[in-house]
Design a protein around this ligand. Structure first.
Ligand code: TEU
Length: 599
C-alpha cells in the first residue's frame, strides 16, 4: 500500500511548517524536566538471594547498568510492608519494607547507591487508600466509637432488601470489579474502597488524617533522602460525598463505572496545595501525579502550572487506554493512529506556551508492552518497532519515562504461556466475571478472553526482567514468583549489550541524543503534521531557529515520505532506524529524525 503523507490532503507535500507552532514558553530548567526516569517494579527486577522474588540488593547490583544506559532517575514501585493483594499498592506500614524486598538499611543503601552515581530516586506514594491490614484501618473498623472511625469512609446502608441484605449507598463499580462499598458485619456499616476490598479509602476530609499521612508516608522518606514521589491516584483524594448513583449502562451487573465522579473532587486543589506546601516544597521534591480520567488539557493545566505550585507533572491515560475495552480492558478494541495523535497533541499543548509540564510514557506496571500494542512483536518487525517507539519516547517535549524492559524491546507473553501464571488481581477478577457470564467451557469465548489478556493485561508488564539466556532469564537462581517470558532465550540484556544494532544500544544512543539536543527534544515546541494520516506520525520540534522533523511509520507497509517543502535542503538526517532505507520511503516501522540549523 502506498499513501502519501499530506498535511492538507492536496499535493503529497507537508506544507505550512515555516517555523513551529505557538509560543515557546521559557520553562525554568529543573533537574526533573531534563531527566529521563526509569521505572522499576521491585518484585521482577533482580533477585539477589534465590527466593524467586526481586529485591532491593538486586536493584543495587544493577545500578551500574542503569548508569551506563544513561537514565537520570529511578521511580521505584511500592516496596513498603504490604500483604500484597495488589502488589504493594495495599500498604500496611509506610515506614517499613516488604520483607522479601529487604530491610530499611537496604533501602538507605539504594538511595545512597543512586546518589553516588548521580542518579535521583523517587518512591511511590500510595495514600488514597491503605491496606485493610494497616493499624489505622484495624482501629477504624474495630468499633463505631473508635477514635479513628472517621479516618476511613463509613456509611450506613441505604436500606435493606426484602431478604434482609444491606443496600450500599450507591451503585459505583470498584476498579477491580464488584461494588465500591464493603459491608462490615461487626459494625453494620459499609466502608468505601475504589479499588480492591482490601484497599479501604482514607478520609482526606479530616485534618488529622492528612497530617498523619504527611508525617508517616511522605516526610519520613524525604528526610531519608528520596528526591520525590510518583503519586498514586492523586486526583481521587477529594470525594464527592453525596455518593450519587450513576445511570445503568451495563445491565449484566448492578455495579456501574463512575470513574469521572470519583476523580477531581471539589477539594482536590486545596488538599494538594496543603500537601505540597507542607512536605514536597520543603525538600524541593518532585511530585509526579497519576491523573486518570482527565483528557482535557484545560482541566489538567491548573494542576501542573508552575505558578500553581501543585504537581510537577502528571500521567494522563488516553493513549494508554486506546485499545482498552470499556467495561474490561481485556476485551480489546481497535484504535486508529489519528486518535493517538489527537491525544498526543493535547498532551504536548500542556507545555507549549504555558508554564505547565508534561510526561511521555508508553509502558508502566499497569500496561502491557508497547511493542506488542502500538507496533508489531512479530519476529521480523520486533526490533525496528522497538527502535521506532524509542524515537517517539525520546523526542517528545516533557519528561520521558522508560519502564524496565522497554530498553531491550520486551514484548507480551506468547500464546502458550500458562494462563495460571497471570497473577494480577485485575486479570483474575476479569476471568471470574467473564466465566460467570459466558460459562467456563465456552471455547470460543475463552479464546477471546485469553487473546485479550495476552494483549492488555497488567501481567505483561510484570514478568521478570530478561537479563540473559540462562534459566528464568537470569532473574533468579530459584523459582520465580511469576514465570519468565520464554522469550528471554532470544531477547535479553546480555545479548544486546555489545551489539551496536540492538534495541538496547539504540536506547543508549537516543538517550545521548536527547541530552545533546535537549533544547529541542525536552523543551522545544511541538507541531503535529497530517493529523488524519493513519500510517505515519510526523511532527516538528522547534527551538529558536533550530528544528527537528520526526517521522515514524506505524505500519508494516512501506510508505512514501517527503520532507516538508520549506525544510527540504535544510533538514539533515540525524537518526534513522533502518540504515538501508531510501530517502523517499519509510520502511515498515521505520523511524527517523532530521535536524535543521543545529550546527
Ligand atoms: O492505578 C490506578 C489507576 O487509575 C489505574 O491505572 C488502574 O491500575 C487501572 O484502572 C486498572 O485497570 C494505581 C496503580 O498504578 C495500580 O497498580 C494500582 O492497582 C492502583 O493504583 C490501586 O492502588
Amino acid at each position: 500500500m502506498t499513501i502519501a503523507i499530506t498535511s492538507n490532503g492536496t499535493n503529497g507535500q507537508i506544507n505550512g511548517t515555516n517555523g513551529h507552532s505557538g509560543s515557546e514558553h521559557q520553562h525554568e530548567r529543573i533537574w526533573w524536566k531534563d531527566a529521563v526516569i526509569y521505572q522499576i517494579y521491585p518484585s521482577s527486577y533482580k533477585d539477589s538471594n534465590g527466593d524467586g522474588m526481586g529485591d532491593i540488593p538486586g536493584i543495587i547490583s544493577k545500578l551500574d547498568y542503569l548508569k551506563d544506559l544513561g537514565i537520570d532517575c529511578i521511580w521505584l514501585n511500592p516496596h513498603y510492608k504490604s500483604p500484597q493483594v495488589d502488589m504493594g499498592y495495599d500498604i500496611s506500614d509506610y515506614q517499613d519494607i516488604h520483607e522479601p524486598y529487604g530491610s530499611l538499611e537496604d533501602c538507605m543503601d539504594l538511595i545512597k547507591g543512586c546518589h553516588d552515581r548521580g542518579i535521583k530516586i523517587v518512591f511511590d506514594l500510595v495514600v488514597n487508600h491503605t491496606s485493610d491490614q494497616h493499624k489505622w484501618f484495624k482501629e477504624s473498623r474495630s468499633s463505631k466509637d473508635n477514635a479513628k472511625r472517621d479516618w476511613y469512609i463509613w456509611r450506613k446502608p441505604k436500606g435493606f432488601t426484602e431478604d434482609g441484605k444491606p443496600i450500599p449507598p450507591c451503585n459505583w463499580r470498584a476498579a477491580f470489579g464488584g461494588s465500591v462499598w464493603e459491608w462490615d458485619e461487626a459494625t453494620q456499616e459499609f466502608y468505601l474502597h475504589l479499588f480492591a476490598v482490601e484497599q479501604p479509602d482514607l478520609n482526606w476530609e479530616l485534618e488529622e488524617v492528612r497530617q498523619a499521612i504527611y508525617k508517616e508516608a511522605i516526610l519520613f522518606w524525604l528526610e531519608r533522602g528520596v528526591d520525590g514521589f510518583r503519586i498514586d491516584t492523586v486526583n481521587m483524594y477529594s470525594k464527592r460525598l453525596e455518593f450519587e448513583s450513576v445511570p445503568v449502562k451495563d445491565e449484566s451487573t448492578p455495579w456501574q463505572r463512575a470513574d469521572l465522579l470519583w476523580s477531581n473532587g471539589p477539594r482536590l486543589k486545596e488538599f494538594l496545595g496543603e500537601m505540597i506546601e507542607e512536605t514536597f516544597t520543603k525538600y524541593n521534591a518532585v511530585s509526579i501525579g497519576e491523573f486518570p480520567n482527565s483528557p482535557d488539557f484545560n482541566e489538567v493545566l491548573p494542576f501542573v502550572s508552575a505558578e500553581a505550585k501543585l504537581l510537577s507533572m502528571v500521567f494522563q491515560f488516553e493513549i494508554a487506554n486506546l485499545d482498552h475495552g470499556l467495561a474490561y480492558r481485556h476485551l480489546a478494541k481497535t484504535w486508529k493512529l489519528s486518535e493517538m495523535k489527537k491525544y498526543l497533541e493535547g498532551y504536548q499543548r500542556l507545555v507549549d506556551g504555558t508554564d505547565g509540564w508534561q510526561t511521555t510514557y508508553l509502558e508502566n506496571h499497569d500496561q502491557s508492552r508497547s511493542v506488542s500494542r502500538y507496533a508489531s512483536d512479530a519476529p521480523e518487525f520486533r526490533v525496528q518497532s522497538a527502535k521506532m517507539l524509542a524515537i517517539y519516547m525520546l523526542t517528545l517535549t516533557g519528561t520521558s519515562f522508560i519502564y524496565m524492559g522497554q530498553e531491550y524491546g520486551a514484548i507480551n507473553v506468547p500464546e502458550d504461556y500458562p494462563i495460571e501464571q497471570m497473577l494480577d488481581l485485575e486479570t483474575i477478577g476479569f476471568l471470574k466475571e467473564f466465566h460467570r457470564v459466558h460459562g467456563k467451557d465456552n471455547e470460543k469465548m475463552n479464546k477471546l478472553a485469553w487473546d485479550g489478556i495476552r494483549l492488555n493485561s497488567r501481567d505483561n508488564g510484570r514478568f521478570p526482567i530478561q537479563w540473559d539466556d540462562s534459566e528464568h532469564g537470569g532473574f533468579t537462581t530459584g523459582t520465580p514468583w511469576m514465570m519468565a517470558n520464554p522469550h528471554y532465550k532470544t531477547v535479553n540484556v546480555a545479548s544486546q549489550l555489545n551489539d551496536p544494532k540492538s534495541v538496547l544500544s539504540f536506547y543508549k544512543d537516543m538517550l545521548k541524543f536527547r541530552k545533546k539536543f535537549r533544547d529541542l527534544m525536552v523543551y522545544g515546541s511541538f507541531k503535529l503534521l497530517d493529523m488524519e494520516n493513519e500510517q505515519t506520525m510526523v511532527y516538528i520540534k522547534g527551538h529558536k531557529d533550530t528544528q527537528a522533523v520526526i517521522a515514524l511509520n506505524f505500519t508494516q507497509e512501506k510508505v512514501p515520505f517527503t520532507l516538508p517543502s520549506d525544510l527540504k535542503g535544510e533538514a539533515k538526517l540525524a537518526v534513522k532506524t533502518i540504515p538501508t532505507s531510501q530517502d523517499d520511503t519509510l520502511e515498515p516501522y521505520e523511524g527517523r529524525v532530521y535536524l535543521v540549523n543545529t550546527e
